[in-house]
Design a protein around this ligand. Structure first.
Ligand code: ARG
Length: 465
């Protein structure tokens, strides 16, 4: 058997790694995605080592030059990744040593792959969260514009998916906006705990070199160095939080998707999605399918799965670093890709939604949606609410039998059920009257939709992303 053992850590080994084990334990096929952050972290580390006198200026400059060349080679697709070198960190370090000689071997002074990988992931996530935040804002911007256009469009509001009360379409869209505002906050909050620097924790206990962690943190724009070396190399709670925030976001997007799917159906026919966001059927020529919302609805599953995967990989891990943590990357990367893809698709599609105002209005009219308004009217005339409820119930039963909406009945017909009803009842039985009457903050009145849009615009302007 060949005595050739691993270049980076093979010193104490008497035989090479089993070929399958080498492939089984390698992560380079997926963690190479972190190359940019790995190089960024290494450059900061080398600068810090120079500042504290561990490396010379020349050594630092050689390292920076070598790493910069490697980055270009990777980006041009010229870099040769090797599974034998296990992961992104050792691939880049080996390439650096090949390029600049012995100085390359000094880069790892006072550092371990344990603090290195934790730093790389945090740098990566910070960038991705920033992109996600701006995509959420873009989608919200689209919702504001659409809600403003639809501020007085009347549609049925539902409970139990049964027509309940008329609402404005703008108000419905602003409900989505609120959900997304909380999602934005969740990601922004997660970013605070992501932006803490593990470097300097080394393998687990810190290092004997006179390192300056504040300086490295400053170079990498981290808010602070992590306060405990064991925790810094070990915990992936920030990735779990990210997947939790992603799961809630996707959950919200499945709710929007479900409504879009319903609304585009012939049965509802409330909206049209432009053809560019839909696909056809290879057998049924008449079909136009709302694939984008359906797919977003479906993609929630994988993100929830990644959350459970990360919780499970972290569960019961003793301090400090364990190889289990290598399994954090694929779920995390896929969660990032999925969230970004869903947001991008929605950000493009939502502003292009076309409402079918007549259909929405007709659906609201058909469903006795102003019944509560009639009950409130009777209460204002001195009838107790429970009695008013009963009177309106009887009126609706009559309407079902006679095929008339409440607003289509004559005064005589309505007065069969209560003599408290007068000519002025028709003001409240109209759909416009019903929505306009709910004129308080958070209500569905068109004026309130415009006020909510204005608040939304202020909120987006204050974010500055
Ligand atoms: N590829 C490893 C990971 O992703 C890097 C850290 C390895 N550290 C170790 N002691 N084996 O977690």
């Amino acid at each position: 058997m060949s005595k050739e053992t691993n270049q980076q850590w093979g010193g104490r080994f008497s035989e090479p790694t089993d070929a399958f084990v080498a492939r089984f334990t390698a992560s380079v096929d997926f963690d190479r995605r972190l190359y940019k952050q790995d190089i960024q972290g290494s450059i900061a580390h080398a600068k810090m080592l120079t500042k504290v006198g561990v490396l010379s200026d020349k050594e630092r400059d050689d390292i920076i030059r070598g790493l910069s060349e490697i980055r270009i080679e990777i980006e041009r697709g010229e870099f040769e990744w090797s599974v034998a070198l296990e992961d992104v960190h050792m691939n880049i370090e080996a390439a650096l040593t090949k390029k600049i000689g012995i100085t390359g071997k000094k880069l790892h002074t006072g550092r371990s792959r344990n603090d290195q990988v934790a730093t790389d992931i945090r740098l990566y996530m910070r960038d991705e969260i920033d992109l996600i935040l701006s995509e959420i804002s873009r989608l919200q911007q689209g919702l504001l514009d659409l809600a403003e256009r639809e501020f007085d469009t009347i549609m049925p509001g539902f409970t139990h998916l049964q027509t309940a009360q008329p609402v404005t379409f703008g108000h419905h869209l602003m409900a989505w906006f609120e959900m997304l505002s909380r999602d934005y906050e969740r990601f922004a909050d997660c970013r605070k705990r992501v932006n803490v620097m593990p470097l300097g924790a080394a393998a687990l206990a810190g290092t004997t070199y006179p390192i300056d962690r504040h300086y490295t943190a400053e170079l990498l724009q981290f808010d602070a160095p992590a306060g405990n070396s064991l925790d810094a190399v070990s915990d992936r709670d920030f990735a779990i939080e990210f997947c939790a925030a992603s799961s809630v976001l996707l959950m919200h997007m499945t709710r929007m998707s479900e409504e879009l799917v319903l609304w585009t159906s012939a049965q509802f026919n409330f909206i049209n999605l432009p053809d560019r966001f839909c696909t056809g059927s290879s057998i049924m020529p008449q079909k136009k399918n709302p694939d984008v919302p359906e797919l977003v609805r479906g993609k929630s599953g994988r993100v929830y799965g990644h959350l459970i995967a990360l919780l499970t990989l972290m569960k019961s891990q003793p301090l400090a670093y364990n190889k289990d943590n290598q399994e954090d990357k694929e779920p995390l990367f896929d969660a990032v890709d999925t969230v970004k893809g869903c947001l991008r698709a929605f950000g493009d599609m939502v502003p292009a939604i076309e409402s079918r105002k007549d259909q929405m209005r007709e659906a609201a009219r058909r469903g006795f949606s102003t019944a509560t308004d009639l009950a409130d009217y009777l209460v204002r005339k001195g009838v107790a609410f429970r009695d008013a409820h009963e009177i309106v119930g009887l009126s609706v039963a009559y309407g079902i039998k006679s095929g008339k909406d409440l607003s289509e009945m004559s005064l005589d017909e309505l007065q069969q059920f209560s003599d408290a009803i007068g000519e002025d009842v028709f003001d409240v039985l109209t759909l416009e009257g019903s929505v306009a009457a709910r004129n308080h903050i958070g209500g569905t009145a068109p004026d309130q939709v415009l006020a909510a849009v204005a608040r939304g615009r202020d909120l987006l302007a204050a974010r500055g992303d």
